[in-house]
Ligand binder design. Structure first.
Ligand code: HEM
Length: 177
């Protein structure tokens, strides 16, 4: 009974891992990824509107969303890669490697889309454009889900617990989920 009373109080904050690529404790990667997530996932709807309405505006919108989504996605990728390689504990998470691999696939398929659409955005829509933007949407959803696992489940890029034992670079425990 006495021993139970002496036990420390449970923590009110979960373990978290500070981002290295941040301004005033605001991580840069989550700020940047909103653009590729939104723009690249809107390429398929724009392609479908282009086929339905037969207006060049939608094919051109699909091209520009693909191109700008790729540009900001590359920047986000550089920042995310820096966080991943500067923080050892991030690399211990299998979901960090899965996120990295799927994110590189997102950028590769977005690059393919720019190559496909740049010469003639309207002619590129059917069938290859729709195939590319459909694949892109699936990959963006998987990359976003895995990124969310890192942030919201493993607390990466979160400034919560100053006593977090996982923050130590010397942590040699086996890979986590
Ligand atoms: C290419 C290399 C990439 C690496 C190494 C990488 C790494 C990371 C890391 C370490 C985090 C945890 C938060 C942080 O440290 O800032 C994260 C979160 C996240 N990443 Fe990436 N990332 C990459 C590219 C991308 C791309 C291209 C996208 C979008 C298509 C993306 C979407 C996300 C999302 C949605 C989160 C959760 C952040 C939130 O919603 O607050 N990542 N990523």
């Amino acid at each position: 009974m006495r021993r139970r009373l002496e036990q420390p109080k449970p923590k009110t904050v979960s373990h978290s891992v500070r981002s290295r690529m941040a301004i005033a404790k605001h991580p840069l990667h989550p700020m940047l990824v909103v653009y590729p997530v939104a723009l690249l996932s809107l390429v398929l709807p724009a392609d479908l509107l282009s086929l339905w309405l037969e207006q060049p505006f939608w094919a051109q919108s699909a091209y520009w969303m693909n191109a700008v989504g790729l540009a900001v996605g590359l920047l986000a990728g550089v920042v995310g890669t820096a966080d991943m390689f500067l923080i050892r504990v991030v690399r211990r998470h299998v979901s960090a490697w899965n996120h990295f691999i799927v994110a590189v696939m997102v950028l590769a398929v977005a690059g393919m889309g720019v190559w496909l659409r740049a010469p003639d955005p309207v002619a590129a829509v059917w069938p290859w454009g729709v195939l590319q933007s459909g694949l892109l949407l699936v990959l963006v959803m998987v990359a976003g889900w895995l990124g969310g696992t890192l942030s919201f489940r493993h607390g990466i890029g979160v400034y919560g617990d100053a006593d977090n034992p996982h923050e130590h670079e010397a942590d040699t425990r086996p890979p986590a989920e």
